[in-house]
Write a protein that binds this ligand. Structure first.
Ligand code: 5GP
Length: 186
C-alpha cells in the first residue's frame, strides 16, 4: 500500500490505537481528580496528541508549543530554537508535555528546563516513540508509547522534509530517500 520510499511498516495503526488507549488509561489513573494541562509539541506530536487527549478522562486543558532541533533532513543540528510559546501560564498546574519522539534528548532536555523555570505544580513527558540508543543528552520520558531501534521513521505525525505526516502507520523511511537518491525512488 505504500510506495518505494517506505522500507517497511514498523507500528500499525491498530497497534497505535491500542497503545494510545493504554497510555490514556494510565494517565487518567495517575491524575485521578487532578486537573491536567496537556502540551502538544508542534508539529510532529499533533496526531498522537489528538488521539491521546480523547483517551484521557477528567479535567483536561490543552496548549501548544513549538521547538526545533532539526533542519531539513534526518540529522539533528543540536541547536534548539523556540518557534512558538504556550498561550497560557503554567505556574501551579499539572503539565504533561506530549512529544512525537525522543531521539538525542536535546529538545526535551531544553524544553523541560524552560518549562520547569515557570514553576508548574508537576511536569512530566509523554512521548509516542523513544530511540534510547540515540541519546546524546541524558533524558528519560515518563510515559512512552513504543521503544524503537535507530531507524528514521515517518507517519502518524512524523515527517520527512515536512511530508508523510499523514501516513496512518509508523513506517521506516527507505534510506535511499535521504541518501540523495530521492528522484530514483519517488
Ligand atoms: P531530539 O532533540 O531528541 O534529538 O529530537 C527530537 C526531534 O527530532 C523529534 O521531535 C522529531 O521531530 C525529530 N526526530 C528524531 N528522530 C526522528 C525520526 O526517526 N523521524 C522523524 N520524522 N523525526 C525524528
Amino acid at each position: 500500500m505504500y510506495g518505494k520510499e517506505i522500507k517497511k511498516i514498523l507500528v500499525t495503526r491498530e497497534q497505535i490505537a491500542k497503545r494510545v488507549k493504554e497510555l490514556g488509561e494510565q494517565i487518567t489513573r495517575d491524575y485521578a481528580g487532578e486537573p491536567l494541562t496537556l502540551v502538544c509539541t508542534l508539529r510532529g506530536a499533533t496526531l498522537f496528541f489528538a488521539d491521546l487527549v480523547r483517551e484521557i478522562r477528567g479535567d483536561v486543558e490543552i496548549d501548544f508549543i513549538a521547538c526545533s532541533s532539526y533542519g531539513a533532513g534526518t540529522t539533528s543540528s543540536g541547536e534548539v530554537k523556540m518557534i512558538k510559546d504556550l498561550s497560557s501560564p503554567i505556574a501551579g498546574k499539572n503539565i504533561i508535555v506530549v512529544e512525537d519522539i525522543i531521539d538525542t534528548g536535546t529538545t526535551l532536555y531544553y524544553l523541560k528546563k524552560l518549562l520547569e523555570a515557570r514553576n508548574p505544580k508537576s511536569l512530566k513527558v509523554c512521548s509516542f516513540l523513544d530511540k534510547p540508543s540515540r541519546r546524546k543528552v541524558e533524558f528519560k520520558g515518563d510515559y512512552i508509547g513504543f521503544e524503537i531501534e535507530n531507524e528514521y521513521v515517518v507517519g502518524y505525525g512524523l515527517d520527512y522534509d515536512q511530508k508523510m505526516r499523514n501516513l496512518p502507520d509508523v513506517c521506516v523511511l527507505a534510506p535511499e530517500v535521504y541518501m540523495g537518491d530521492l528522484n530514483k525512488v519517488l
